[in-house]
Design a protein around this ligand. Structure first.
Ligand code: MLT
Length: 328
């Protein structure tokens, strides 16, 4: 190649580079520095547990550290708001759950569009929930617990992870079915809520098996029921709630998102690393022991998550409007 032609090419590349934002340059080596994975809930809770397992596995696949940062509050909308505004370069991603789908119906002043302002990388889990109580509650089984809730409703307290959180949604449905209004105590995640339940500071909680399985097995809290149609392997002694409350069914799911506009190669690398994480024996084994079901890696795609999210936004939007609940 002659000098003039090469100089012209270099000039053209330099000109293109000059008008591109930083995040669009040099993507082919992605990732060249640590990735921040935002968890929009407190440390120690179910989302945090799922995210840290995935982050550890993705770190191995991508050759760069995936660092979890907990940004809890306002039902996860603070953390997801931060992700929506970040540069779409692959260095800021999020693991969040069903609350991403409930946010539009709950938060009138939401500053982002949950579908359009994100790149949807893939769904990670489906998670059953469990109805649990502090260990000192005298009720011995689901029937007795529901009877106590109905009769002592004035004094029953429940913990949740903010308006629209999975724990809150589950309790909304339960209260609706039992025709009671109980006093809710809000936390930045069910990690800290679980600490207070262990300390006996409130009575009951509906939380993901990821956070409750070990505590139930160790006898530190009481488990009464699972919220799925059928029993769950990690807590085989718990009956489905629908044995007492016909049609009761709710479960959580987690997924991975990034700000809208990732370069295609970056998105492909993140999706491939997420799919690999869901086949990682350590992740598979830990998820199984916590009753946390991994999504079939073949279904872990941006399109599948986008479709799933859109359906969930509609489904929960209707439930929330009927219940008349507001987040702000
Ligand atoms: C919830 O109920 O939304 C979750 O448990 C949040 C969390 O991961 O702490």
């Amino acid at each position: 190649m002659g000098f003039t032609r090469r100089a012209a090419m270099i000039g053209a590349i330099a000109a293109t580079t000059a008008i591109l934002p930083n995040w669009a340059v040099a993507q082919s080596n992605f990732p060249t520095k640590p990735i921040t994975l935002i968890v929009p809930a407190a440390a120690g809770g179910p989302t945090d547990t799922v995210a840290r397992l995935i982050a550890e596995s993705m770190t191995k696949t991508l050759g760069q550290t995936v660092i979890v940062e907990n940004v809890g509050g306002a039902g996860g909308t603070i953390g997801m708001g931060r992700v929506a505004k970040s540069a779409p370069d692959g260095y800021t991603i999020a693991v969040w759950h069903i609350a991403h789908a409930t946010a539009p119906a709950l938060y009138e002043n939401l500053k982002y569009n949950v579908v359009q302002d994100f790149d949807h990388l893939g769904r990670i889990t489906d998670v059953p929930m469990t109805l649990v109580s502090k260990e000192s509650l005298p009720t011995k089984n689901l029937k007795e617990l529901l009877h106590w809730i109905r009769t002592d409703k004035e004094k029953v307290t429940y913990g949740h992870a903010g308006i629209g959180s999975a724990a809150h949604l589950c309790m909304l449905i339960l209260m609706n079915d039992l025709r009671v209004q109980l006093k809710g105590i809000s936390y930045r995640g069910t990690g800290p809520a679980m600490n207070d339940l262990l300390g006996g500071q409130f009575d009951i909680m509906c939380d993901q098996t990821t956070n409750t399985t070990n505590q139930i097995k160790d006898g530190k809290i009481k488990g009464y029921a699972v919220t799925t149609k059928t029993k769950v392997n990690s807590v085989p002694n718990l009956p489905p709630l629908n044995t007492e409350l016909k049609g009761f069914e709710v479960s959580a799911w987690h997924a991975m998102w990034a700000p809208k506009g990732l370069p295609k190669d970056v998105s492909a690398k993140l999706v491939a690393a997420l799919q690999a994480a869901l086949k990682d024996p350590k992740v598979v084994e830990r998820f199984a022991s916590l009753g946390t079901e991994p999504v079939d890696p073949k279904q872990v795609t941006p399109d599948a998550l986008r479709t799933h999210l859109s359906i969930e936004v509609q489904r929960w939007g209707d439930v929330i409007k009927r219940a008349g609940v507001k987040g702000n």
